[in-house]
Design a protein around this ligand. Structure first.
Ligand code: SAM
Length: 245
């Protein structure tokens, strides 16, 4: 379906995405609460509960597109401040906000911040026990490349968890959601940053992202086993899981 926004190519896409997150970095956390009506907190809690991180200092998680650290902080806390999380993001402004928040919460010892691209991870094969990515993979121009990289950097027995907006599978909710995302979100974006277009692009990127089943297939194609998913809030978001066996 086309909603009247122009098509963008791969190279241009990453540029637009970077522009959005550079602009919103300082207000990103507030925007998340406003735009998801607080739901992102519940979804993120559920994701980390599903990961159930080991309470062990040797347990290493890579949180890709980690932005301001929401997932990594939860993982470290859930491990009783034992696990180590690497927050990787392509955007230094988002990581900067994340590092400040980590210091305030006294979590810095358990965290490393790395500025890099999900399509080209600067780590050796078999480095991590888990790879998480929340609301990040749809921003990556070549999703298949990012998934192949995820597989490579995981240890055997390692877990992949992807939280992303997905296809709403409840009749009335899908229409309310359309109104919300196509009208309200760009409006909020404009109010907070003065510019609606980048948000229109982000909303459009949600529509273009493959649905639950198709995304599960992509994860399998990257080599993962026992791939499954769970819908949150009628499919507004979905958590996909896979294992490197
Ligand atoms: N995971 C965080 C959360 O759930 O709050 C942040 C999600 S935010 C919607 C998306 C993040 O993806 C941004 O911080 C953006 O900079 C990052 N990103 C976009 N393209 C990327 C890429 N190719 N590699 C790594 N990170 C990327």
């Amino acid at each position: 379906t086309s909603y009247g926004f122009r098509e963008v190519g791969e190279g241009e896409k990453q540029g637009l995405v970077n522009e959005v997150f550079h602009k919103v970095a300082k207000r990103y956390d507030i925007m998340n609460d406003v735009m998801s009506a607080g739901l992102h907190r519940l979804w993120k809690d559920a994701m980390v509960a599903s990961l159930n991180p080991r309470k062990d200092p040797s347990y290493k998680v890579l949180d890709v597109a980690g932005g301001t650290g929401d997932i990594a902080f939860r993982i470290v806390e859930a491990s009783g401040r034992q696990a180590h999380a690497t927050v990787l993001d392509i955007n230094g402004s988002m990581l900067g906000v994340g590092a400040e928040r980590a210091a305030k919460r006294k979590l810095s010892d358990n965290l490393t911040f790395v500025e890099a691209n999900a399509e080209e991870l600067p780590f050796e094969a078999g480095s991590f026990d888990a790879y998480t990515i929340a609301f990040g993979i749809r921003n990556v121009p070549r999703i298949d490349v990012a998934l192949t990289e995820a597989y490579r950097v995981l240890k055997r027995g390692g877990r992949l968890l992807v939280l992303e907006f997905s296809e709403v599978e409840m009749p009335l909710l899908d229409r309310i959601y359309d109104e919300w995302s196509f009208k309200a979100i760009p409006q909020f974006g404009k109010m907070i940053t003065g510019d609606a277009e980048p948000y229109q692009y982000l909303v459009e990127s949600i529509r273009k992202f493959p649905n639950q089943e198709d995304f599960a297939k992509m994860i399998r194609s990257a080599g993962f086993s026992r791939v499954s998913y769970t819908n949150y809030t009628g499919g507004i978001a979905a958590l996909h899981s896979g294992w490197k066996l």
